[in-house]
Design a binder for this molecule. Structure first.
Ligand SMILES: Cc1cc2nc3c(=O)[nH]c(=O)nc-3n(C[C@H](O)[C@H](O)[C@H](O)COP(=O)(O)O)c2cc1C
Length: 289
């Protein structure tokens, strides 16, 4: 049976309406920044955060949120480090990005220092509600530690080349894939093949999004990126203290890096890299008068 449907007429304006110019539209990053702003009017988020901070069942889980690769070969890392003879101020002033390395293998002790001072567990917080909460050298929004640390070992004494996971709790490395991945890493960092070829290790920081998003919502993305920056600076300053060269690398191909680590890029994604190796000695410059 056909139904009678009234005629629809839409009145068109007699001239085309003006369109917004690109500078009148907000870009995706502007929208994100505004959408992730904390405002006193956002009472629902504040009460959720207060709930997370006080609920014993939630606190028990989040104080022990770790990635782990059971069954993978484990390499324990040395821990008794000699203190650096250099002052903190001198280390800060002398840190410079290094992209040319001399190709010598890095010692396991040096890699261990990078990882421990980069984001290792430096203390255990005995909370008033009876938890032992591991805290690290780098700060973390809400103590949720969404950033995981992987190492692409290229040339390190005592470690076969491959992809390793840094297990914070145990301060050891779990070998996820034993394979020379120098070529694959070079492809993932366009234009920096020579740095990759001569480096000893690429430290890869990934973010487990839900570990922090569940508490802070949109704000979480800001927090995890800030945390990755804290860790990267710790790594670079430790490298400088050890006479090791390093450079932060933000210019990597996301999909290629995520595929290398078998990450989906949504639940967990690579957010930052840093290359390290012993510094290339520059030829001595002699001046004659
Ligand atoms: C977020 C971020 C991303 C970076 N990405 C790269 C990169 O992809 N490749 C590179 O060679 N250097 C990279 N750098 C290093 C900068 O080029 C370097 O820090 C800057 O030129 C200042 O030099 P300095 O580190 O020696 O003080 C990056 C630095 C930061 C903070």
């Amino acid at each position: 049976m056909s139904m009678k449907w009234p005629e629809r007429t839409i009145k068109e304006p007699d001239r085309e309406l003006p369109k917004p110019t690109p500078d009148q539209l907000m870009s995706a990053s502007e929208i994100f920044h505004d959408n992730s702003a904390l405002r006193s009017s956002n009472t629902q988020l504040y009460s959720w955060i207060a709930h997370v901070n006080s609920a014993p069942d939630i606190r028990g889980v989040i104080s022990r949120a770790f990635t782990h690769f059971p069954g993978c070969p484990v390499t324990p890392l040395p821990r008794n480090f000699a203190p650096s003879p250099r002052s903190f101020e001198e280390i800060l002033e002398n840190r410079r990005s290094a992209r040319d390395f001399n190709g010598e293998p890095m010692s396991l002790e040096t890699l261990s220092k990078l990882l421990y001072f980069g984001d290792g567990i430096s203390t255990w917080w005995n909370t008033p509600d009876g938890l032992d909460w591991p805290l690290r050298t780098a700060p973390s929004g809400g103590g949720l530690f969404p950033i995981e640390t992987y190492c692409m070992v290229l040339n390190v004494e005592g470690l076969a080349p491959g992809l390793y996971f840094y297990h914070h709790l145990k301060h050891n490395l779990e070998c996820v894939v034993e394979k020379d991945l120098t070529g694959a890493l070079s492809e993932a960092i366009p234009g920096q093949a020579e740095s990759v070829r001569s480096a000893s290790v690429c430290v890869i920081l990934s973010a487990v999004m839900q570990r922090i998003k569940f508490k802070y919502g949109e704000r979480a993305y800001r927090f995890l990126m800030l945390e990755a920056g804290h860790i990267a600076q710790n790594l670079l300053l430790t490298a400088e203290a050890e006479g090791v060269g390093g450079v932060a690398v933000g210019g990597y191909l996301d999909d290629t890096m995520n595929a290398l680590l078998r990450l989906d890029g949504v639940e967990e994604a690579v957010v930052y890299l840093a290359l390290f190796g012993y510094k290339q000695k520059l030829p001595e410059v002699t001046t004659s008068r």
